[in-house]
Design a protein around this ligand. Structure first.
Ligand code: SAH
Length: 491
């Protein structure tokens, strides 16, 4: 029999999962998760593993605690490595204790991997240390779920009081604390979805925090901190001050290419929604590329205009009887990302234009003697003809071959509804095809007032022709440039 693991998923930021938690998730055959564990973590689970949502959002057929326990035991008995992924830490108010007991009683071997509990997460991400030598030397964690079960006279003496599951009862809780002598002016705060980019924080004092959370219609999961430490937030609130905090940004790049842009935006505090509107695929007919590869040693120049171009060229090269030693000519890369892809192959780039667009590439070639030279341009099926036309005018013999194509993925309408459930602040376009495909998937009415960010003039022009108004255009036509343009706008 394999094992069961109770794993703490941390408060929400997927980066707060422990290394051990990650290793265990990667091995899992079956994962039972709930709505406090960030579903982004399921990306770590190996393909084919079973992922079961066990609640507790009412609309999703939640499982009862007994059902969860028996599912855990049953899957482990089937010889599977089963992971119970729980928000925060499994042993702090998460009924993890009960689940471990069920495993122990069933004789199923288990391990527990702690997680960053939500009070720790919120203290870091809302700028409120739970202890501080000048303000408090004791912390109490309490559940606000059953008000009657708690001796509030005792708990009220805590210098820092952290109340989990207390949103619906906070008015009663505050009243009890005050009636037992706690100063009504004690600083108090509620944090919802701590450490996620849509973290919501409401600050007040003990006597008005219920009014404030009600007025804001705050919903669970939220945790309260009551105590002098809440004041430290004015100085220590780094997360909500990140420049893109509160901005919901749609990334439309192909899934395998989105990471760089997504990670950068997230580092600046943005809530990133990946919605790949293009898929990269090999050409329908690879034979022109194969023919070019057979003549590789005859080319004086190889020009790569995208990372995809490099990758798909290599893919066909690998399938041939030849290798990189056939390259005798010089190499040109359109921009830094393409250059990096080539340098990873230990190939040196001889030419890179100043601006990362076709026109600038043509300019860069102006000083080169091209008459009679053979040039290979492996690129996307649909691309502009600026480069081949100009180089031919300079006397070069240019072979343009299709190395890959971009295709429109099939998208479930539910996915689109989820994206627009809360209106995005930005949509990012990194090529003309992302614009065209986005428009063929989403009606323009739906994103009328959303800001649009474009990587460069060609993409912007495509957008304009399709009736869209671009808000910002990257000065440097790279992912970093795109992020810069958004940063500049919001500041
Ligand atoms: N085991 C969990 C707690 C589960 S009890 C942990 O260690 O964090 C559920 C309560 O946790 C919620 O009602 C809320 O008070 C708190 N909680 C969980 N995740 C939270 C988050 N991201 N932000 C604020 N509170 C959270």
């Amino acid at each position: 029999m394999k094992k069961a693991y109770l794993v703490g998923a941390g408060p929400g930021d997927p980066g707060l999962l422990t290394l051990k938690g990650r290793a265990v998730l990667e091995q899992a055959d079956c994962v039972l998760y709930d709505n406090l564990a960030n579903p982004a973590l399921l990306a770590l689970v190996k393909p084919g593993a079973e992922c079961i949502y066990v609640g507790k959002k009412k609309s999703h057929h939640p499982k009862s605690q007994e059902e969860i326990c028996s599912l855990l035991v049953e899957r482990a008995r089937q010889g599977l490595c089963v992971v119970r992924l729980k928000g925060g830490d499994p042993y702090l108010f998460g009924r993890g204790g009960e689940e471990a007991e069920a495993l122990a009683q069933a004789g199923v071997p288990f391990e527990v991997v702690p997680g960053v509990t939500s009070p720790s997460g919120l203290s870091a991400y809302a700028g409120v240390p739970l202890t501080h030598r000048e303000h408090t030397s004791a912390v109490t964690f309490v559940t606000g779920h059953a008000v009657e079960a708690i001796d509030w006279a005792k708990v009220g003496h805590a210098e820092t009081l952290v109340v989990l599951m207390g949103l619906t009862n906070i008015r009663q809780i505050a009243a009890r604390l005050i009636s037992h002598g706690k100063n009504p002016k004690t600083p108090a705060m509620a944090v919802r979805w701590a450490s996620r980019p849509f973290q919501q924080t409401i600050v007040g004092v003990l006597e008005d925090i219920a009014d404030r959370t009600e007025a804001a219609q705050m919903k669970p999961p939220a945790t309260f901190v009551i105590g002098e430490v809440v004041k430290l937030r004015d100085q220590l609130n780094w997360y909500e001050r990140l420049p893109l905090f509160g901005q919901r940004i749609v990334v439309t790049r192909a899934r395998n290419q989105a990471t760089q842009l997504s990670e950068k935006l997230a580092l600046y505090g943005a809530e990133v929604v990946e919605f790949p509107v293009i898929e990269i695929a090999p050409p329908d007919d690879p034979s022109p590329l194969d023919t070019a590869i057979q003549r590789l040693s005859q080319y004086d120049w190889l020009i790569f205009t995208s990372v995809n171009g490099v990758q798909y060229f290599l893919d066909r090269l690998d399938r041939s009887n030849l290798d990189l030693r056939q390259i005798k000519g010089k190499i040109c890369a359109i921009g830094p990302a393409t250059r990096r892809a080539l340098e990873q192959l230990h190939l040196k780039v001889d030419l890179m234009p100043e601006q990362y667009v076709a026109e600038s590439l043509v300019e860069a070639f102006q000083g080169q003697q091209l008459a009679g030279k053979r040039v290979l341009l492996p690129r996307a099926k649909v691309a502009r003809d600026v480069v081949p036309v100009a180089l031919r005018q300079q006397g070069a013999e240019v072979d343009v071959v299709e190395a890959y194509q971009t295709v429109l993925p099939t998208v479930d309408p539910k996915t689109i509804n989820e994206i627009f459930e809360r209106k995005p602040d930005w949509i990012t376009f990194t090529s003309s095809s992302t614009v065209k495909n986005f428009l063929s998937l989403v009606e323009s009415e739906r994103f009328k007032s959303v800001r649009l960010a474009s990587i460069g003039p060609v993409t912007s022009e495509t957008a304009r022709q399709l009736g869209l108004r671009i808000t910002v255009e990257a000065a440097e036509h790279t992912m970093d440039g795109l992020v810069e343009a958004i940063l500049k706008f919001v500041s």
